[in-house]
Write a protein that binds this ligand. Structure first.
Ligand SMILES: [Zn+2]
Ligand SMILES: [Zn+2]
Length: 115
């Protein structure tokens, strides 16, 4: 596993604080060398991360390998409630594509702060 480098250009005006905090956690872990990375990051400009796999980073090709495990598959990444159906969301923060799942309630109140 190679040590990833993430340079984020964060637009805090458009992104809710709870989501920014999650993205910052990924960037901090990368800076500290605490992320597991796929071996292709040196050859692709895009880095993919997901709320349900906070210790991983991957290229777009390897991104499907970050499948949620167990209950995480049905847990809203904002309110942490378990629901039947999650809505997949993607946020671009500079070169980082960040995926997260929201329940129907949070999907329609995305601009609210974390509960
Ligand atoms: Zn890869
Ligand atoms: Zn929710």
């Amino acid at each position: 596993m190679s040590r990833p480098t993430i340079t984020t250009h964060l637009d805090t005006s458009a992104t809710p604080a709870w989501l920014m905090n999650k993205v910052r956690t990924i960037a901090d872990r990368a800076a500290a060398g605490n992320l597991r990375a796929c071996p292709h990051l040196a050859t692709t400009p895009t880095r993919c991360a997901a709320a349900w796999a906070p210790d991983h980073i991957a290229c777009p090709t390897c991104f499907p390998l970050l499948d949620p495990q167990g209950a995480e598959d049905n847990t809203c990444d904002r309110c942490r409630r378990e629901v039947d159906t999650l809505n997949l969301n993607l946020a671009f923060c500079g070169p980082l594509l960040y995926a997260y799942g929201l329940c129907d309630f949070c999907m329609t109140t995305i601009d609210l702060e974390a509960p």
